[in-house]
Design a protein around this ligand. Structure first.
Ligand code: DX5
Ligand code: ZN
Length: 234
């Protein structure tokens, strides 16, 4: 993976057809997705259950590009090797998932994978300063994690703006996750986000038999997001 700050759209397969994950991954990539975002939930850290490393390994051959694994689980450390072996390119853990996020990020980097740090909407960015040299991505949650289809939380815009200033020239992505649509994406790319996770806004209206709406949805988010980039004339 090479680093750049171009806008990337990362469909969350939480909104895909659960009976056809492999085909859904191929379909969104064919329709223009940059990364595929996989939401792992444990029914403990978040009030929902999704899938584990075996499912990630099963879909890996169906993803040509980046598999972005968002762990909403606690504890994290016992499962890092399993997700690395399943073929994740990025493994993101929550700051709130335990008392030793520094150790967790070290363990992710030790597998050779990119390390992501996710922040819930109620979490400040002070701690990120002490972790800047060990992360490749910060995921700012723009909903409370656990479910797709929730409403974007506007207070996170100021958080992203402050985070972007803190990151400076470091090669760290700012990913936003939750409630992203063509209306909300520009609010975040304007202040420095470069990876946009979207579940319901990408998968709505389409299916593996009729994937064209996925492409239209991805293009609509990308266009709105790119128009808001600093230095771009509206
Ligand atoms: C929420 C997940 C998100 C979610 C996004 O816990 O981390 O990735 O699936 O879904 P939408 O785009 O529908 O808000
Ligand atoms: Zn996610």
């Amino acid at each position: 993976m090479t680093f750049d700050r171009t806008i990337k759209i990362a469909p969350s397969i939480l909104s895909a057809d659960f009976a056809s994950f492999g085909a859904e991954c191929c379909a969104v990539e064919d329709q223009g997705a940059d990364w595929v975002h996989v939401d792992v939930m444990d029914g403990h850290f978040v009030p929902n259950l999704t899938f584990g490393p075996a499912m990630c390994a099963a879909i890996r051959p169906h993803i040509r590009g980046v598999m972005d694994v968002h762990l909403m689980i606690a504890p994290v450390d016992p499962y890092i090797d399993a997700f690395a072996n399943a073929g994740a390119d990025i493994i993101t853990a929550h700051l709130e998932a335990g008392p030793h996020i520094h150790r967790t990020l070290q363990a992710i980097r030790a597998t050779g994978k990119k390390a992501g740090l996710a922040l819930n909407p109620g979490t400040g960015i002070e701690a990120v300063e002490h972790l800047l040299d060990m992360i490749d991505l910060v995921c700012v949650m723009t909903v409370n994690p656990g479910f797709g289809g929730q409403k974007f939380i506007h207070s996170q815009i100021a958080k992203v703006e402050r985070l972007r200033a803190m990151i400076g020239d470091r090669p760290i992505h700012i990913e936003i996750d939750g409630g992203i649509t063509p209306e909300t994406a520009p609010l975040m790319t304007r202040v420095g986000a470069d990876v946009l996770v979207a579940g319901s806004a990408v998968f709505k209206g389409g299916s593996i038999d009729d994937p064209a709406p996925y492409g239209a949805n991805i293009r609509a988010i990308r266009l709105a997001a790119e128009r808001a980039l600093p230095g771009t004339l509206a």
